[in-house]
Design a protein around this ligand. Structure first.
Ligand SMILES: Nc1ncnc2c1ncn2[C@@H]1O[C@H](COP(=O)(O)OP(=O)(O)O)[C@@H](O)[C@H]1O
Ligand SMILES: [Mg+2]
Length: 362
């Protein structure tokens, strides 16, 4: 069972110093606006590869007027507990140590899986493709820890190709190596996403859940996305003249969008009510969790910021039931303790009050 047994923060956002012990299972965190609930969840989100749930820089996470921050914790996983320690100095990207040895984001991704829903994702289905792609990639990363490396490698090669395009470079020799890199990483990205989607779809179809099934498809503008490495490499080479006119790469996995459809209502997700859109996201996060249990034997750590908003009491109770059934350490926030009444004695309760967090009874 994957969970954080303890977490310590120093000079991280609103927290000068905090030390907290937690158990597996749901954690209900409540307190007034601006007391530091989301900051705490953001710190937990760093226990997985990437920039964390606010996509903030290490400099932004540094407490005002401080020179750096640290976040550490004891992570229990399938075999033995690991001491995870992260720190940032002078705004530099965070460094990572696992059991006191320098480690990479990939090492962390192999140990830990963290998924989140935050209030800005309430608009995920109606806003631009980028947010949906990021959501898709985070779910994909949970199944394929090396997915993040593929995405970074692809984007780096694409940035260089875009520079050539904008410079009006016509010599194909300049493009070949970059397009080969894009094709190799791109085909891997496409394969990872497709495999993740298959797992999500079956995890939704073959389970009892109160949450609506989202029918999911991946789309790509204008032409079908070339799937194999060779096809993508040829498509990129053929696209050079038009890409040069556009000043950017128009074909590839960086343009894929995740289309969601509310199956029972036969309605595109973007036309659903705010509450229904949220229910679809929750459904996917829970399906992701179930698929990870099947894959790795353990559910992910979940961060559900302000999750009670837009959920009626029945849906809220259903969410708590499903989280308990999944067995996830789910960090959930709300302004009032009463929002978690249906969770009852199954949860741990934390009251947040500017810098200090206290365990309270159900
Ligand atoms: N880098 C930082 N240094 C100090 N305080 C910060 C920093 N970033 C955010 N804050 C403070 O954290 C508070 C917001 O905390 P947050 O966790 O978002 O609150 P909430 O409990 O409503 O989720 C604000 O008062 C904000 O000023
Ligand atoms: Mg908040």
């Amino acid at each position: 069972m994957l969970y954080l047994e303890s977490i310590r923060l120093a000079r991280f956002r609103s927290y000068s110093a905090l030390s907290l012990s937690t158990q597996s299972g749901p954690i209900a965190i409540f307190g007034s606006n601006g007391t530091g609930k989301t900051n705490l969840l953001e710190a937990v989100s760093l226990f997985s590869p990437g920039r964390g749930m606010r996509r903030a820089s290490a400099a932004e996470m540094t407490q005002h007027r401080a020179e750096g921050w640290s976040v550490s914790g004891l992570l229990y996983g399938s075999d033995r507990p690991r001491d995870i320690a992260m720190r940032s100095r002078d705004g530099a990207a965070r460094s990572l140590r696992i059991d006191e040895k320098p480690a990479t984001q990939l090492d962390l991704g192999r140990l830990s899986r963290v998924l989140w829903l935050v209030p800005s994702m309430d608009r995920l289905w109606i806003e631009g493709a980028e947010g949906r792609r990021r959501f898709l990639d985070r779910m994909t990363l949970s199944f394929h820890p090396a997915h993040g490396e593929s995405v970074l490698g692809y984007e780096k090669a694409m940035r260089e190709r875009n520079r050539l395009l904008r410079d009006g470079q016509r010599d194909s020799g300049w493009y070949q190596a970059l397009e080969a890199q894009m094709a190799k990483a791109g085909a891997q990205i496409t394969a990872n996403r497709a495999a993740a989607l298959t797992k999500l779809i079956s995890a939704q179809n073959f389970s009892e859940t109160q949450f609506p099934t989202a029918r999911l498809t991946l789309t790509h503008p204008d032409i079908p996305l070339p799937v194999t490495e060779a096809d993508l490499r040829h498509a990129l080479a053929d696209a050079r003249p038009k890409d040069m006119a556009a000043g950017r790469s128009r074909i590839g996995p960086h343009r894929v969008d995740l289309y969601g459809h509310y199956q029972a209502k036969d309605c595109p997700a973007y036309d659903c009510s705010t509450g229904e859109q949220k229910a679809l996201l929750i459904s996917l996060i829970l399906a992701n969790g179930r698929a990870l249990v099947a894959d790795t034997g353990s559910p992910p750590i979940l961060l559900l910021d302000e999750v009670a908003a837009h959920l009626d009491p029945d849906r809220r109770a259903a969410l708590f039931d499903e989280i308990c059934a999944l067995g996830s350490q789910a960090w959930m926030t709300g302004t009032e303790q009463s929002l978690f009444d249906a969770l009852g004695s199954r949860g741990q309760y934390l009251r947040v009050d500017q810098q200090s967090i206290t365990h309270v009874r159900a």
